[in-house]
Ligand binder design. Structure first.
Ligand code: AP5
Ligand code: MG
Length: 206
């Protein structure tokens, strides 16, 4: 299956993609994770993308589309994919339709007022890459799964989060109408317990 997760920053795309991609047997492809890894490795894409991620703005379509096109040409994406964070503009969606059109698009819907606290409280494990929230941790520095050290993403600060939310509403939200028009949109309430969101996503794909 070729699947897209749409939704604002903090909707739970990455959290749910881990379980859903394993369930479907397709690779979880997160453009945000790819950019962060490119920045860490100081590749030409990483050097170009860094200023946009730091500011909370979208990386130009030309850079993003080229990166995704290359990733989707890899062997593991032959039987499908779960794209998390791509497409994020109508031009990216049109490009994806030409590269490898999705079968379904799940929009994880969470009201804006919930997102700020989800993102400022997010912690990620440097070892197993699990995502957590401080409200559920007894020790906000140590991963409850593997004992690795937890860190905070550099764009999870209130000013940058506001810019990311604006970019979402201006450039990404129009994709809801784009995919509705193609009959591919499935909407899921992301403002409930993790397990309930997971079940709702699987149910909408049946
Ligand atoms: P990216 O990494 O994709 O960030 P994002 O879209 O802002 O989304 P997040 O990863 O912040 O949120 P999420 O929905 O994955 O939430 P999560 O599951 O972690 O992109 C980063 C940057 O890269 C962009 O700003 C841009 O610069 C660039 N970029 C990436 N793709 C691009 C593209 N296509 N074009 C151009 N530029 C691009 O959960 C968040 C928190 O909420 C966690 O603490 C979690 O524990 C908690 N949580 C999750 N679910 C629940 C729940 N049901 N109840 C309570 N808490 C929950
Ligand atoms: Mg994410």
């Amino acid at each position: 299956m070729k699947l897209i997760f749409l939704g604002p920053p903090g909707a739970g795309k990455g959290t749910q993609a881990a379980g859903v991609s394993a369930h479907l047997g397709v690779p979880h492809i997160s453009t945000g994770d790819m950019f962060r890894s490119a920045i860490q490795n100081q590749t030409p894409t990483g050097i170009e993308a860094k200023k946009y991620l730091d500011a909370g703005e979208l990386v130009p379509d030309s850079v993003t589309i080229a990166m995704v096109k290359e990733r989707l040409s890899m062997d593991d994406a032959r039987n499908g994919y779960l794209l998390d964070g791509f497409p994020r503009t109508v031009d990216q969606a049109i490009a994806l339709d030409e590269i490898s059109a999705p079968d379904a698009v799940v929009d994880i819907d969470v009201p804006d007022e919930r997102l700020m606290s989800r993102l400022t409280g997010r912690r990620i494990c440097g070892k197993c890459h699990g995502t957590f929230h401080v409200s559920k941790l007894t020790d906000e520095h140590t991963c409850p799964i593997c004992g690795g050290e937890l860190y905070q993403r550099s764009d999870d600060h209130p000013d940058t989060i506001s810019t990311r939310l604006k970019a979402y509403h201006a450039s990404t939200e129009p994709l809801i109408g784009y995919y509705k028009g193609l009959g591919k949109l499935r909407q899921v309430n992301g403002d409930s317990q993790l397990e309930d969101v997971f079940k709702a996503i699987l149910a909408t794909l049946e």
